[in-house]
Design a protein around this ligand. Structure first.
Ligand code: GLU
Length: 514
């Protein structure tokens, strides 16, 4: 019988969550929903030396901001497999490690740091891989070389120890990765990893496998950096006798620097001006800021969409997907094996697409706040604000840019794009402007159509071509060379304001150019 699909995102609270980690969470979420299964969050905090206060809260807040909601686990309400934080599960790992020791799959090792170092030096000197393995373990202080009495004496004395996995010698470990196909490792490339320490804490490897088993995880979807750990995990499932319940593995490709060489890092983000974290993080020790997508003005929908495409594609031309559409379209066999290059322009493009999709009503508060912030001694009707939003939306990539692109709706320009003036101002212009003003004055219902008709008439009368004046006229009305359809702008600021702007400009620019 097929098991119900259960996947997990299992971050360690060691600092802010890199967007590569967010993508792992997203793919797990998509996979779970696609298969009508469960997605849980488990916090893997067994390495107390790397614990960073606030990191767990940061991870949960990031996932919530993005809408990557878990069905159970830390931050989303306990489910049937609580607790979901490994430090809270500490007592239960002992039983499992004892089971491995008793079955001969693991052993106590009492070597001190100095003894381990001496072993490494010795092996390095003879040009052998310096690792604790099937060959070296025979000359170290462990329960395979010491007598049973000696081992018991040390345990009773509470001497510090670790429990190591006893790797089989020269064995080929093969498993089928859902993304990479068959992968194989030889145990002679591996070492006897530490599974447990005498302080009662398991290491990642033991805790991860035991918890995946107990939490009935069916698919382990995680970053490529964990691929070398997978053969050990396979061996652990075998050693426990859980092979028939071993999850399937899927190792996701790395996120690469925009240039494609090496893993995407915070430094790349700082260097090229884009965030590599979902939300801002201030390091509690150094106060250093790692900037986040949220604070940089990205919409959560855009971040989801751009992350989905870093390592996966739907196999069609469609690029814009909301979370529900991604669930429908997602499959692991369309996840690529090779690393995904981060493209900051594409990231911006995704945000622009989602800003365009915002309703005017959603955007209006952002503009309203900017207008207030500008401290103008004039109020603007809600309808006016909405209309500006609808015109400017197409032009911006971030909502916070809206004021920059729309301030001329609220404040008449006092400076004019010099290049356009230089290129387009001619002797014919002053008369043309006078005619334009008088034509505008005669309009009763000032709309973009009537304004444009009046403009055409003035052009014809002065024998000026549209191509020679339109951009200049834009600069006269707005100060800048680009923007939404010009007669829409004129209609919105109104007849009186349009005339006053033309009058102002004609005086100011004439003075400058004469
Ligand atoms: N705790 C590991 C991490 O921080 C999880 C790896 C896994 O998913 O097995 O990425």
């Amino acid at each position: 019988m097929d098991r119900r699909v259960r996947v997990r995102f299992a971050p360690s609270p060691t600092g802010p969550l890199h967007i590569g980690g967010v993508r792992t969470a997203l793919y797990n979420y998509l996979f779970a929903h696609k298969h009508g299964g469960d997605f849980l969050i488990r916090i893997e905090d067994t390495d107390q030396t790397r614990f960073v206060p606030g990191a767990e809260e940061y991870i949960i807040e990031s996932l919530k901001w993005l809408g990557i909601e878990a069905s159970e686990g830390i931050g989303f309400g306990d489910g049937p497999f609580a607790p979901y934080r490994q430090s809270d599960r500490k007592p239960m790992y002992k039983t499992y490690v004892m089971q491995l020791i008793e079955a001969g799959h693991a052993y106590y090792a009492f070597d001190t740091a100095d003894e381990l170092e001496a072993m490494r030096e010795r092996l390095k000197a003879s040009n052998v891989d310096a690792k604790y393995d099937a060959i070296t373990r025979g000359s170290m202080k462990n329960s395979l070389t010491l007598s049973e009495d000696e081992v018991n004496r040390r345990l009773l004395n509470e001497e510090p120890y670790v429990v190591r996995f006893k790797l089989p010698r020269k064995e080929e470990i093969k498993f089928e990765d859902e993304i990479r196909g068959w992968v194989s490792f030889n145990t002679n490339q591996m070492d006897d990893k530490v599974l447990y320490k005498s302080d009662g804490m398991p290491t990642y490897h033991l805790a991860n496998v035991v918890d995946d088993y107990l939490m009935q995880i069916t698919h382990v979807i995680r970053g490529e950096e964990w691929l070398p750990s997978a053969p050990l995990h396979v061996l652990l499932y075998r050693a426990f006798g859980w092979e028939n319940l071993m999850p399937k593995f899927a190792h996701l490709p790395l996120l690469l620097k925009p240039e494609g060489n090496g893993k995407l890092s915070k430094r790349d983000g700082d260097r090229l001006g884009f965030p590599v974290f979902p939300i801002n993080w201030i390091d509690p020790n150094t106060q250093e800021l790692s900037s986040g997508y949220r604070e940089a003005g990205y919409l959560p929908e855009a971040v989801i969409n751009l992350l989905a495409f870093l390592g996966w594609n739907p196999g069609t031309q469609q690029e814009l997907f909301d979370l529900a559409e991604l669930v429908q379209a997602f499959s692991l066999d369309r996840v690529s094996k090779s690393g995904a290059k981060f493209d900051q322009n594409k990231a911006k493009w995704f945000n622009q697409q989602y800003v365009r999709k915002l309703s005017d009503e959603n955007l209006a508060p952002v503009l309203q706040a900017a207008v207030l912030n500008a401290g103008l001694n004039q109020t603007f009707a809600a309808e006016f604000i909405l209309k500006v939003c609808s015109l400017v939306k197409e032009k911006i990539s971030f909502t916070k840019e809206i004021w920059e692109y729309s301030k001329y709706f609220f404040i008449a320009p006092s400076e004019y794009d010099e290049q356009v003036i230089k290129k387009k101002w001619s002797d014919k212009i002053p008369n043309l402007l006078t005619d334009l003003i008088s034509n505008f004055e005669q309009i009763e219902a000032f709309t973009h159509e009537t304004a444009e008709a009046a403009y055409q008439e003035a052009l014809a009368k002065n024998d000026v071509l549209g191509k020679d004046f339109l951009q200049l006229f834009r600069v006269i009305l707005t100060g800048v060379a680009g923007g939404p359809p010009l007669f829409e702008i004129a209609a919105l600021v109104g007849k009186k304001e349009s005339i006053s702007r033309i009058t102002n400009a004609s005086v100011k620019i004439s003075q400058k150019t004469s």
